[in-house]
Design a protein around this ligand. Structure first.
Ligand SMILES: *[C@@H]1O[C@H](CO)[C@@H](O)[C@H](O)[C@H]1NC(C)=O
Ligand SMILES: *[C@@H]1O[C@H](CO)[C@@H](O)[C@H](O)[C@H]1NC(C)=O
Ligand SMILES: *[C@@H]1O[C@H](CO)[C@@H](O)[C@H](O)[C@H]1NC(C)=O
Ligand SMILES: *[C@@H]1O[C@H](CO)[C@@H](O)[C@H](O)[C@H]1NC(C)=O
Ligand SMILES: *[C@@H]1O[C@H](CO)[C@@H](O)[C@H](O)[C@H]1NC(C)=O
Length: 215
């Protein structure tokens, strides 16, 4: 009898400890999502631009992926609104290091590479955002379009969902008119593609009709 009550006492006293331990573990497993702090990001003003950007389509490339599963990749064209990109990708692996690549092409006869290229390791970039104007610009666009994905590593072990569109205000003041293609790619350290997509867009200068009327 005495022994039993001692056991009960023992169980009762250890239970909160076990419970606390479980809570801590559950908390760790659920990997707290900490939004990236990036005070120097660009706040894009809604000023008018001498051009309009028209996205014709978003296309996922290099599919199927070996370390991830593309669940959805859809361009939704909308009347009087920019095309919407609706994408989801399941990434079962945990990512503590992964790379982000952006290459832009300008179409003359064929697509020629534009001298604006990003190749950065995301986890360390989030910890120490660089001052490089181009990566700062692209990251700032991502803060506006996919803010829920801008959290510190580890990444992966989740299904990412995003639905976004690109606005004129995200572009630099001087954009040459013409057709462009932007290739975006996320890859592992071992160069395995997690997600890759292309954005096809054209830039049209405005003011042609105005100048015709003026003259
Ligand atoms: C992956 O996520 C699940 C649920 O969010 C969690 O239980 C598991 O511990 C995570 N695995 C790793 C390796 O982080
Ligand atoms: C920018 O201006 C357009 C048109 O006036 C408006 O529809 C849009 O909501 C504005 N966006 C922001 C972020 O202020
Ligand atoms: C997946 O792996 C196969 C075989 O190693 C390779 O040929 C293919 O290029 C890989 N695909 C991607 C998207 O990395
Ligand atoms: C994106 O697609 C998913 C799955 O088809 C859908 O549930 C969701 O509503 C879509 N999001 C938008 C903004 O269209
Ligand atoms: C990495 O993969 C990409 C796409 O699969 C390929 O074009 C590139 O040549 C690869 N780079 C290296 C260094 O293997």
């Amino acid at each position: 009898m005495k022994l039993a009550s001692k056991n009960v006492l023992y169980s009762a006293s250890i239970l909160p400890v076990v419970a606390a331990h479980l809570i801590v573990e559950a908390y760790c497993d659920a990997k707290p999502i900490v939004p990236v702090h990036h005070p120097k990001r660009i706040k894009f003003a809604n000023e008018s631009k001498p051009f309009t950007v028209h996205v014709t389509k978003y296309v996922c490339t290099e599919t199927p992926y070996n370390e991830s599963e593309l669940l959805q990749c859809k361009t939704i064209l909308r009347r009087n609104k920019p095309a919407l990109f609706n994408i989801s990708v399941h990434v079962p692996i945990v990512l503590n290091t992964f790379f982000f690549e952006v290459k832009t092409y300008y179409r003359l006869n064929d697509y020629q590479q534009f001298p604006a290229e990003i190749h950065t390791e995301v986890c360390s970039y989030f910890r120490h955002p660089s001052e490089d104007i181009l990566s700062r610009h692209i990251m700032s666009v991502m803060f506006e379009t996919v803010p829920h994905l801008m959290y510190y590593c580890p990444h992966g072990n989740t299904t990412y969902h995003a639905a976004f569109w690109i606005e004129d205000r995200f572009f630099p003041k001087s954009m040459p008119a013409g057709d462009f293609r932007m290739d975006v790619r996320f890859r592992t350290v071992r160069n395995i593609t997690i997600l890759a997509y292309r954005i096809y867009f054209s830039v049209r200068r405005q003011g042609i009709w105005k100048s015709l009327i003026e003259w």
